[in-house]
Design a protein around this ligand. Structure first.
Ligand SMILES: CC(C)=CCC/C(C)=C/COP(=O)(O)OP(=O)(O)O
Length: 574
């Protein structure tokens, strides 16, 4: 396998202004660090979705192990705390998708007994772990259980009992549970502050394994973790835990390896497609980030049955990233008018009107949606839904174009004006619409009606994306003439400093997560497609990883590289 690190260090992102007023600027983005790496994966030995029984020769068959895990799951009574541990491990190891109905049945029973079980608990410190775990698993699966269960761990002054201080397991469990808070749950706000400070203060005195575990949790709570990335990391922790189940671990590793091969094959095909666009030569000023885009799409859905949606959405992320660079960086005002019109006419005959450098991207865009039509015709016998997907792409183009006019006119909109467009250019409404259409046959038609109404969970996760992105990238964008950002517009509208603006926007992000949690619970209870809700949730998760410190999408020399390596390159050791 060839080396994937073509470029060994991040070049500066200094901007070159050929003509800042009219466009044709460049942000000097570094080239792809993956090159043709994924082309090298040989497709012939890939185990496909319908052939998951194939395995490494010395391993027990995948299906046999799966049935053993199923038996083990059924053998543990729902009333036992061991069941909660097992559900948690299965979830965190990334194999819950094999046991959905078993987990649902158990959690329904656990939910049925919730009040009774809680009444049995006297609030002893050692019970904090299990109370918090039960709460977390039920909320994660859509049950709106009450946070009053944590009252019993408070002292007469309403603070968490000091005696909980040494209870690492309980504190970690409460910390993870508190991340599922919705608005007006003061006790969970307090729990998060209390557990965070307690855990941080313990770190210097703990052994290295516990330190890793705590630092890891503080950095990335389970709730905000992308399943596939979390699974890879959790496997090592689980293996070190003396009470781990070797059979479950073997199954999880085997499953991870099989799916990794499928992902490598998909990336190999995508790389061939991407090479057809010849981005390094045709559009050298644009970000060449196919693999990073695939990671985003993989974060939304890793399971084999979503292969078509996953690859389609990866293509859309990659093409949208190029469009963003046309509008933000390189296109002149006149060229952008032609581009936006062509996207609105959605007709291959527009090709000749476009500047040469825009043509491959336009052509590829139209053909991705044609593939979507073909698939839709094949799966449900009609293509109407693809019109909604096209409209969502046209809406992004229009919004990008309006944003570009702010750049060219050196105009700073108010925060409210800015956010109206910026929620569209976050890409989430388009991605979720196209994703829903690409999952045809797996989701029901009314899911698309719901998505096109731009429900609250979609609006707030778009806000998380937009605000997190802007907080880490507004200064670099400003240097190259993109004045409008959430931070800048907020400062202007409210007459506050940069620091104050960022603080306020961070509060908005915290509240947005509470709304995502609330809408997850409400949506689950009111019959909204869980499959679609989960995609939106997962978008918020990959956003959190990508933008929590810097723009790790644009800069591939970052955690993104390590994550891609761990999920898509490094084989799993059995
Ligand atoms: C993986 C993803 C999210 C791909 C979609 C393309 C995109 C909009 C990336 C973010 O770029 P940016 O930070 O330059 O966005 P903006 O210009 O909207 O701030």
């Amino acid at each position: 396998m060839g080396s994937y690190l073509i470029v060994h260090q991040a070049p500066s992102l200094a901007v070159s202004h050929e003509n800042p007023k009219l466009g044709h600027r460049s942000a000097n983005y570094h080239p792809t660090i993956w090159g043709d790496h994924f082309l090298a994966y040989d497709n012939s030995d890939v185990v496909k979705e319908n052939n998951l029984c194939e395995m490494e020769p010395q391993q027990p068959p995948h299906e046999v192990l799966k049935e053993e895990v199923r038996k083990m799951f059924i053998a543990v009574p729902d009333k036992s705390s061991k069941k909660l541990d097992l559900i948690d491990a299965i979830n965190r190891l990334g194999v819950a998708y094999h046991f959905e109905s078993e987990i649902d049945t158990s959690l329904l029973a656990i939910y049925g007994d919730y009040d009774e079980q809680i009444n049995h608990v006297a609030g002893r410190e050692e019970e904090l772990y299990i109370v918090a775990l039960r709460f977390r698993l039920l909320r994660a699966h859509g049950y709106h259980v009450s946070c009053d269960v944590f009252n019993r761990f408070k002292d007469s002054e309403g603070n968490f009992k000091e005696s909980l201080a040494g209870n690492i397991r309980g504190l970690l469990s409460l910390y993870e549970a508190a991340n599922y808070m919705v608005r007006d749950e003061d006790i969970l706000d307090k729990a998060l502050v209390f557990t965070t400070s307690q855990l941080k203060s313990m770190v210097p005195n703990l052994n290295s394994s516990l330190t890793t575990q705590i630092n890891h949790a503080l950095d990335m709570p389970i709730h905000k973790t992308v399943t596939r990335i979390g699974a890879r990391q959790f496997m090592s922790l689980y293996q070190e835990d003396e009470s781990h189940d070797p059979l479950l671990l073997s199954f999880a590793k085997l499953d991870f390896g099989i799916i990794q091969k499928l992902h490598q094959e998909e990336l190999s095909d995508l790389t061939k497609w991407w090479k057809g666009l010849d981005t390094p030569n045709e559009i050298p000023f644009a970000r060449d980030r196919l693999v990073e885009c695939y990671l985003w799409s993989l974060a939304m859905y890793f399971e084999p049955k979503y292969s078509f949606a996953r690859t389609t959405v990866a293509k859309l992320f990659a093409l949208t990233s190029i469009l963003d660079d046309f509008y933000d960086i390189y296109g002149t005002s006149d060229q952008l008018v032609v581009l936006d019109n062509a996207i609105h006419r959605w007709d291959i005959s527009c090709l000749d009107e476009l500047p040469k450098y825009m043509r491959p991207c336009y052509q590829a865009l139209l053909s991705v949606f044609s593939e979507m039509e073909k698939e839709s015709l094949k799966v449900v016998g009609k293509t109407k839904s693809v019109d909604f997907a096209i409209s969502s792409m046209q809406a992004i183009s229009r919004a990008y174009h309006e944003e570009a006019s702010w750049i060219h006119d050196e105009n700073l909109p108010t925060y409210d004006e800015y956010m109206k467009l910026a929620l569209v250019t976050s890409t989430y409404p388009m991605i979720v619409t196209c994703s829903t259409v690409s999952m045809w046959g797996i989701v029901r038609e009314n899911a698309l009606d719901w998505v096109t109404k731009n429900p609250l969970i979609l609006r707030v996760s778009s806000a998380i994306g937009r605000l997190m992105n802007d907080i880490v990238s507004f200064e670099a964008e400003q240097e190259r003439g993109e004045l409008a950002s959430a931070v800048q517009c907020y400062m202007m509208q409210y007459g506050v400093s940069k620091e104050e603006a960022i603080l306020e926007l961070e509060k908005e992000i915290t509240n947005a997560w509470k709304d995502v949690n609330q809408e997850w619970l409400l949506g689950s209870a009111s019959g909204v497609s869980k499959i679609v809700l989960e995609r939106i949730f997962n978008l918020a998760r990959i956003t959190y990883l990508t933008y929590k410190k810097e723009d790790w999408y644009t800069n591939s020399f970052s955690v993104t590289k390590d994550v891609i390596k761990s999920v898509l390159v490094d084989p799993i050791e059995m």
